[in-house]
Each structure stands twice: as C-alpha cells, then as structure tokens.
Design a protein around this ligand. Structure first.
Ligand SMILES: [Zn+2]
Ligand SMILES: [Zn+2]
Length: 333
C-alpha cells in the first residue's frame, strides 16, 4: 500500500454500541448541508378530538386523575383499542415447533388536558407531574401477577406513529419482556458478570472524561448523545445515581429528570424545527424477581427525520449522517 493511500480520508466509520453490541454505520453526507425538516403537523379540531370529549367517544372512566379535585391536568384512561387484554397468562400453546400465548396485559393512555400544546411548552413541574403519573400507574400495574414488563412510551408526530395529535403517552403492561429491553438487559448483565461494574455507569464516567457527547446535566440527571447512536440526534437521559428501577425514583429525583427532559424537548423543538420523535423508558422488568441490580434505567429519545432506508431494513444496520459529537454541539448550544 502506498503512503498516499493512507492519507485518503475514510468515507465512513463503524461504531459499536457497548451494551447491545450492535454496529452502527456513520456516513456523513459530505458536501451536503443538513436540512432538518420538522414533522408534518396534523390538525384535528377540538370537537372531533377523542381526548377532549372522553365520554362522547366511548372512552372508559379514568384510572387516575391529577389533580384529584377541581378540573384536571392529566388523566390516565384504559385504551379503547388495547393491544393486550384480559385472559389467562400462564397458558402456553404448542403446535410442533411453534409456541404462542394470549396477549394478556393492560394498555393505558396518559392524556394531558390541553388540546394544542407541545411537549416543549410544558414546564419542568408539569413534566414532573407526568413522570409521577407514570410512576403511580407503574406501581399499580406491577402488582398484577401476569405483568412481566411495563413499557412507558410517547409518540410525538404522525411520522413517529402518533394517530391522535393531542398530547398523550402510553403505558403497556405485558406478560413478556419485549425484545429490545431483553437485548439491553442481557448486554448489561454480560458486562456486569465480566467486570462487576455497571456498563452504563462506566459509560457515563467515560463521557465525563471525553467531554464530547454530554449535552446537559443537573444534580441527579445527565443527558448524552450515545457514542453509537442508532438515529441522528438520538438522546439518552440517565439518573446519575445507579438504579435499575424507574419506579423507585424519589420526587426530587423525578424533578431533576423532568428538568433534563425539558432541556431535550425544548432543544428538539427550537434547534431542529420540531421533528417527530419517540421516547421511552427502559427499566428493569417488573414482578418479584429483583435480580436486575446490574441494570441502569434510562430514557431514550429517538427523533425521526427520514424513513428507514433499504440497507437498514435488509441488514438491521443503522446508518447515521451526523456524528454524535456534532449532534451534541448543536443540541447543547
Ligand atoms: Zn384534543
Ligand atoms: Zn449504573
């Protein structure tokens, strides 16, 4: 090989996620300026909105209302079109090599009162109330013997899968641990067995040293752009104190977490023209088995700028065009 060849700038870079072990292809669009397109705004008149006329649209009575007296800021209702329902969760049906079971569980919707308000317009205290509602419902649903995992997520914008523009999150209590979560938990367990350390705490330690991908921090929470981000501007919020269990957060820790969330939502809205995004909480499985101390719960926020390309669909290899370091610069400004 000639020395000249060594000087050639590489076209792309592959990075490996330390928890999942998955590779990500980082291929900057050279010479091309990035244009961030905001999400497509879907308008729904208030009188046609199922979350403004709860009983008229046949919704069931709420399971939680904040505040309990006079008016409401937030309520949690059972989803009218649930993905899982009641039934016997212990039955396993076998047919040759095939195995199935009933989709048993709970599917709830967390609805905010205001019809026309973005998440970026909510105050830290209001976001804290949303987190408190998540925690309260989590603690209630986790008592059910069928529930193995409680997934809390939020879809913002049509491109991120939201069908009703009115602000709402979802809580899905499942009889199994979903694949992405078990993938993440297995990765952290593997690392713990080998090094007797939490992979996420180690990552945060290195991020503090590298000083390239942390975009915000306060007393209890820290926001980073992952080294091997799966999508452009992927963002993760971690509690600084090691804990596997979201539901064990104290009120003051939730307040710090809400402050970090607000920083991210506001940044996406202001600096990236309000893209569609999904956020979800990754926490330890629920139930009596508390052998998940190696895990470190966190929130992942995944903006959606473009549809998945054919390479990604065919290979599972995520491709990003903005380096996590560049993304961190843009969002932390
Ligand atoms: Zn509405
Ligand atoms: Zn940790």
């Amino acid at each position: 090989m000639t020395s000249k060849k060594f000087k050639v700038k590489p076209i792309s870079e592959l990075r490996q996620d330390p928890v999942f072990g998955d590779w990500v292809l980082l291929a900057p669009l050279r010479g091309k300026r990035h244009e961030f397109k905001g999400r497509v705004k879907v308008k729904l008149p208030k009188n046609k909105c199922p979350f403004d006329n709860l009983s008229k649209f046949g919704n069931l009575p709420p399971v939680l209302v904040y505040p309990a007296k006079r008016g409401w800021f937030l309520q949690v209702i059972p989803n009218k079109y649930p993905a899982v329902g009641h039934g016997e969760c212990s039955l396993i049906f076998k047919n040759g090599i095939y195995k199935s079971r009933l989709g048993v569980g709970f599917h709830e919707i967390v609805i905010l009162r205001d019809h026309d308000r973005y998440l970026a317009q909510y105050s830290v205290l209001e976001i804290k109330k949303i987190l408190m509602a998540y925690r309260e419902r989590y603690l209630s649903l986790t008592k059910d013997k069928c529930v193995k995992y409680i997934s809390i997520f939020h879809n913002h914008g049509k491109e991120a899968g939201s069908t009703v523009p009115h602000l709402h999150s979802q809580i899905l209590a499942l009889p199994i641990v979903p694949p992405d979560v078990s993938h993440s938990i297995n990765g952290s367990r593997r690392y713990y067995h080998e090094y007797k350390k939490c992979i996420h705490c180690e990552m945060l330690r290195q991020e503090a040293k590298d000083k390239k991908r942390i975009i915000y921090e306060n007393n209890d929470a820290i926001v980073v752009i992952p080294f091997a981000s799966k999508v452009n501007f992927e963002t993760r919020i971690f509690p600084k104190k090691h804990s596997a269990y979201f539901e064990r957060m104290s009120d003051s820790e939730l307040l710090s977490f809400a402050d970090a969330m607000r920083f991210v939502f506001f940044g996406l809205y202001k600096k990236l023209k309000d893209p569609a995004f999904n956020f979800f909480i990754h926490t330890a499985p629920s139930g009596k088995n508390h052998d998940y101390n190696h895990y470190h719960w966190h929130m992942e926020i995944l903006p959606k700028f473009e549809t998945t390309g054919s390479v990604e669909l065919g290979t599972g290899l995520s491709i990003i065009s903005i380096t996590p370091e560049e993304a961190a610069k843009i969002l932390s400004k």
